[in-house]
Each structure stands twice: as C-alpha cells, then as structure tokens.
Design a protein around this ligand. Structure first.
Ligand code: FEO
Length: 163
C-alpha cells in the first residue's frame, strides 16, 4: 500500500508526464508546420514515449492500491523561437523531470518503500538516456549551423537510440 505522501507525489508525476507529452506534441506540430518533417517525427515519437511514461505511473499507482488521477493538462506554447530553442527547452524540461524522479527516489528511501524504490529505477535510467539524447542533438545542432539543417532534418530519426 502506498503512503498518502507517495500517492500524491506519484499523481503529481502523472501530471508532469502528460504535460511533457503535450509539450513535445506542440513542438512536433510547430515543426511540421514549418516543413521540418524529420524534426517533427522526432518530437511526435518523443510525445508518444511520454504518454507511455504516464501510463506506467497510472498502472503502478493502481496496482499498489492507490487511485491514479487523470489530470487536466496545461496548454503548452504554440510557437517556439527556433529549432535550437525548442531543443534547449526540451533539455531544460528533461532536467526538471529528472529532479522530480529523484524526489520520488528520495521519498521511497525515506519511507522504506522498497517496492517503489525498485520500480522507479527504470525511470532513473530512462532520464539519463533522455538527457543524453537531447544533449546529443544540441551538440549536433551546434556543429551544423544553419546550412546543415536540411541534412539534420533528414537524419534526426536515425539518432533515436534503441528503446
Ligand atoms: Fe517522461 Fe522525458 O520524461
């Protein structure tokens, strides 16, 4: 059985994951509107992944006897100043999520909730991968500059690691 504190923090995480899914969907739609198919596909795929994260939390909470609450979703930005800025915002968002996952790990240890501690390790690893993946894209963008954008857009989907 989950403590009330744990139930609350896990429900808050459901809201964060669903917002992440919306944020990436907004980025995908924005990029698609600008003819950047590859970048748009990358963000759509990322959005799907975030939805899967949300589902994992919902199912875990319910499995442990809690009630997973489906939250309202805040509207993400419609416009982004540029591609680089969208990826910078993605990295910032992932770092925020990593912090939130770490808070769950810390609470699990504090409460000696070893089941949650064990279960959440998948997300600890996932966040390391997500941050590294977005950082890798930012590094490439840095190298490419504007003229390489066409090639970058074509190749971005092959930069997704095995999941
Ligand atoms: Fe579900 Fe990218 O954090």
């Amino acid at each position: 059985m989950l403590s009330e504190k744990m139930l609350n923090i896990l429900n808050e995480q459901i809201a964060k994951e669903v917002y992440a899914s919306h944020l990436y969907m907004a980025m995908a739609s924005w990029a698609e509107g600008r003819g950047l198919e590859g970048i748009s596909e990358w963000f759509y795929a990322q959005s799907e992944e975030e939805r899967e994260h949300m589902m994992k939390f919902i199912r875990y909470v319910n499995e442990r006897g809690g009630h997973a609450v489906v939250p309202p979703v805040e509207q993400p930005p419609k416009e982004f100043p540029g591609i680089r800025e969208a990826f910078d915002a993605s990295l910032e968002h992932e770092q925020m999520v990593t912090g939130a996952i770490n808070d769950i790990v810390a609470l699990a240890l504090e409460e000696k909730d070893f089941a949650t501690h064990h279960w959440i390790q998948w997300f600890v690893e996932e966040q390391m991968e997500e941050e590294a993946s977005v950082q890798g894209i930012i590094d490439k963008l840095e190298l490419l500059g504007k003229h390489g954008l066409y090639v970058f857009d074509r190749d971005i989907m092959s930069m997704r690691g095995e999941e």
